[in-house]
Design a binder for this molecule. Sequence first.
Ligand code: P6P
Length: 339
Amino acid sequence: MNIYFPKTLNEFIIERQAEFPYARGELSRLLHHIGIAAKVVGKKVNKAGLVDILGHAGNMNVQGEDQMKLDVFADIQFRAALKASGECCGIASEENKDIVTFDTDLAMDAKYIVAIDPLDGSSNIDVNVSIGTIFSIYRRLSERGTRAVMDDFLQPGTEQVAAGYIIYGSSTVLVYTTGHGVNAFTLDPSIGEFCLSHPNIRTPDDGTIYSINEGNYTHFPMGVKKYIKYCQERDEATNRPYTSRYIGSLVADFHRNLLKGGIYIYPPTEKNPEGKLRLLYECNPIAFVAEQAGGKATDGFQRVLEIKPLSLHQRLPFYTGCKKMVDKVEEFLRAYSEA
Ligand code: P6P
């Protein structure tokens, strides 16, 4: 009988803790608690259609409980886990206009802050499409023992200590980086553990999948329009035409492109002239993972991770994936920039 002895997320985190000089386990504990919240949220997402947790907050479900939207549930769950870890002093979440700071002595003494999109793509839940949680971890700038402040959250993405996402799909997969490569862990429901399934992920240097909502084509910048046509032209030497794949869930589109090779683009549109995606808890964490796997992430002209955030929910155009594909779209953007 072959013994199945997987490397669990906890073993991996502790094993790799040695990569952090002077680390005393704080980051390990924080990542461990994110893993716990991911399991709880994953369970709810996978049963969303059954336990009547779809729909909008404020309604009563069949059990007479106050029904909440799944993303509200996810926000509460991750907030509770981060607070309970004792390693996080505050959170910036897509679900909350302002930062959430913890006021227990334990939490106020914590070293880290977290920016999070608790459930990205949640509009896809009722049609059973994969969705995800995206998180980004920074060292606080403010003094330990005090409440976190806004400046703790407005740091450039290069200051991230760790970042990653959980994709709730055909399986629940947690992908993260601490700046030493990218690793993915698949939840084994039979033992309730995240097990290392994709060690040291490297995204291909080039790819043949492009992900963009072409419904917004009319209002795309000319460089994006030209790039889409480039993807659609026949040229065997460069494996074109490419394949168009767009799920409408960033984590799902990004994860497929990360493994198979591709580019995800959310450019300025008429409805979102600044771009739709948020810098703090969507673009920065995804950009950190992309770069650590050998890919690239820009706003079309500059490296996402070097952008200094000016506000919590700031949006920007987002181009991420295989380095050569991002380079190519940037070439078109420069050639046709209206500036
Ligand atoms: P559109 C989901 O709302 C999201 O933030 C990303 O997950 C996804 O890639 C994008 O927006 C989809 O936006 O405008 O194409 O529906």
